[in-house]
Every structure is written in C-alpha cells, then in structure tokens.
Write a protein that binds this ligand. Structure first.
Ligand code: G6P
Length: 372
C-alpha cells in the first residue's frame, strides 16, 4: 500500500532515501569517541582473529560486489591476503581452507542457498565463518560462528540498495576491527578513515539531494539499448553494481569493466553516442589512479562515447571530457563506493520507470534465491 511505501511510488525509492539512516544505524555504537572499534558482538576470540592468515569472502549478486570492495579495504588496512568469490563458484572448486582461514559470508536475506552451501563447506574444512547479514535469526547467521548485523531495516524491493550500503559499512568495520585486534600499525590514514566513516551518512544525504539531473539524464536515455560502466580499484565493483542495477531494473544490456581492461576488448564496443558511465577516484590520495582514468575517459570520448562521469566535487581535470558530470562529496579513496553507488541506483530506478518496468518486482527475479 501507499502507506507502507512511506509516500513513495516504489519501495525502491523509499529504500534509496533511507540510506543515510541505514548507514548511521549500522555504525551506531560500534565506534567509540576515541575512534576505537567496539565489535565485541563478533564472537570470534581475538586470539583466533590474530592467527588468521587468509580471509575469503563469499556472496552472491549485490552482496558479492560489497565483498569485492571489502577485499581492497581488508588487504590495505590489515595486510592479510583476502579473496572474494561468488558463493556458487567457491563451493564447487574444492577451495583450500583451514582453521586459520576467516570466511566472511555476506547476505542481506541470510537465506541465499549458494551462500549457505559455501559457508557449510567452509566450516566443514575447519574455517571460522563470520556472517554479515541484515535479517535477524535467518539461516546464514544461525549457521555461522559469528555475525555482524547490518541495520538497514527490512528491504522489500528486489534490487538491493540500502542493504548494499550497510554491507559496505559492515565490511569496513570488520576490516578496521581486524587491523585493531591484530595490532596493525594504526597510522594517520586509519585514524582519519574512522573519523570520515562517522561522517558518511551526511554525505550520502548530500548526494541524495542533488539527484534531479541524474533522473533527467536517465529519462533521456530510455531509448538506448546498451550502457557501459567503467571503474578502477574500488570503483570497479561500483561499475559492476551500476551495471547489475540497470540489468535488473531496466532490462538493458549493461556491462561493467575494469577501466584498465579497455584496450583488451571493451574499447571495440565504443560507438557513436554510446553512454559510458565512468567512476572516477579522488584526485587526492592515490593520484595515479585518477590520472589513469582521466586518460581512459579521453580514449573513449575520442571514439564517440557519451561520457557520464561520476567524480569528486572540485575535480576540474575531468570536466573537459565529461558530457555529463555527476559530482559526489570527497571521501577517503576506500570509502568512495558509499557515495558513488547512490547516483547509479537512482539512475537505474529512473530508467526502469521511464521504460515502464515494474521497479520493485523486476521480471524473472526473486528477492532471495533459496535454490541452488
Ligand atoms: C537476489 C537479489 C539480489 C541480491 C542477491 C543476494 O539475486 O535479487 O538483490 O543481491 O539475491 O541476496 P542476499 O540476500 O544473499 O544478499
């Protein structure tokens, strides 16, 4: 009913709007005033976490994209090797796991069969499993050694939005906590990341307030057949997530690529007026990344692409090559997905609406896939 949707036309719009609160709720009580992580709820003893020599993240769909981003954070902040794998692939390839492996299973519903089978397999091999889950008492957290709940509240729309942002927050918390427990050198970078993570809900709110041009752009592209997405580093999974949203909702051919792979194939797809969304990392921080992607934008534009550029506010270097510029607030490099994903959700939702599709219940999809 309209009341359930809180005055929005679709649950998805309501859930997109709820993201600042979902993010804040997921952080609540988990960082103290000094910037220390308070995750006693993760019932895996510190002694065990100190012995971990490998992290493996398993998930499906949007949760898998959160896991891909987590890999960058975990390896950078803790220096523990981390792999992220689709649960359906992991389970059937005879993965190498032992007591020193920490497996993180990410699932909004806690009922996805492939993820459940992956975690059962991991536990049989003696690995410890930590679930990141949005649904209290669901199967995946019940069968795990420990759980960190995301506090997104119920997510009704099939295409995941607020659950994804809170999965990211949970992954960052776990990564920082692992670093804290293991005594990783707590450098200035980590101190400022913890600080900026606490401010991120406000920045998500800022993004939501500036989405009208994105909706307008989406409507103007309703007749297109294909949209490509490019990103580097943590922007790569963001590109994959943007493409997934567009497939799920707009039923369009949408593909995400690592921008560095352009020359190895995708650039052959570029033709006149093809919309290409590019996620640009901050020009501060690791500026090599930024410079590389600016040349990627030039390359595709020279071949006729219509460039839709998501970049940090004040990033003047991209402006000359952006047919459409979507500005997002400045964040630390690793946290950028929390703000960069939001315009892509709005974009897909508006395109679906413009194409007359059912936003909350896309054809052929289910909210939770409980068969293998
Ligand atoms: C389905 C949903 C997706 C979700 C995926 C994983 O495909 O439509 O939105 O990302 O399942 O679901 P989970 O509940 O495990 O996060």
């Amino acid at each position: 009913s309209a009341a359930e949707k809180g005055g929005y036309d679709y649950f998805m719009l309501k859930e997109i709007a709820e993201q600042p609160k979902a993010v804040a709720d997921t952080l609540l009580g988990r960082i103290d005033a000094s910037g220390a992580l308070l995750l006693d709820e993760v019932r895996i003893p510190a002694s065990v976490l100190r012995e971990v020599d490998k992290v493996v993240i398993v998930a499906c769909g949007t949760a898998y994209h959160a896991g891909m981003i987590a890999k960058y954070a975990i390896e950078h902040w803790t220096r523990v090797p981390c792999e992220t794998e689709l649960a359906s692939e992991f389970r059937y390839r005879d993965p190498i796991l032992d007591q020193r492996t920490l497996v993180i299973a990410i699932s909004q519903s806690g009922e996805t069969m492939d993820t459940l089978m992956a975690l059962r397999h991991a536990r049989e091999q003696g690995a410890k499993v930590l679930a990141i889950c949005n649904t209290n008492g669901s199967t995946i957290p019940r069968e795990s050694d420990a759980v960190l709940y995301t506090h997104a509240g119920p997510e009704v729309a099939v295409a995941s939005t607020k659950a994804f942002l809170t999965q990211l927050v949970a992954c960052y918390l776990v990564a920082l906590y692992l670093g804290q427990v293991r005594g990783t050198k707590w450098g200035d970078e980590i101190v400022s990341v913890v600080h900026e993570l606490s401010a991120i809900a406000t920045q998500v709110e800022e993004v939501l307030e500036t989405m009208e041009p994105v909706r307008e752009l989406a409507r103007s592209l309703a007749g297109k057949n294909t949209v490509l997405f490019l990103g580097r580093h943590v922007g790569y999974p963001v590109a994959l997530e943007g493409a997934l949203k567009l497939k799920e909702l707009a039923y369009m051919h949408a593909e995400g690529f690592a921008a560095g792979e352009l020359k190895h194939g995708p650039i052959a797809l570029i033709e006149d007026d093809l919309p290409v969304v590019v996620v640009v990392p901050s020009p501060r921080g690791r500026s090599v990344l930024h410079d590389k992607i600016v040349s990627n934008i030039q390359e595709i534009r020279a071949r006729g692409a219509r460039t839709i550029v998501i970049a940090e506010r004040g990033d003047e270097a991209v402006r000359p090559y952006a047919d459409h510029l979507i500005e997002i607030p400045a964040t630390p490099v690793l946290l950028q997905p929390l703000v960069a994903t939001v315009p892509l959700q709005v974009f897909a939702c508006e395109l679906a609406t413009a194409r007359g599709n059912e936003v909350d219940q896309p054809r052929n999809l289910a909210k939770s896939v409980t068969v293998e």
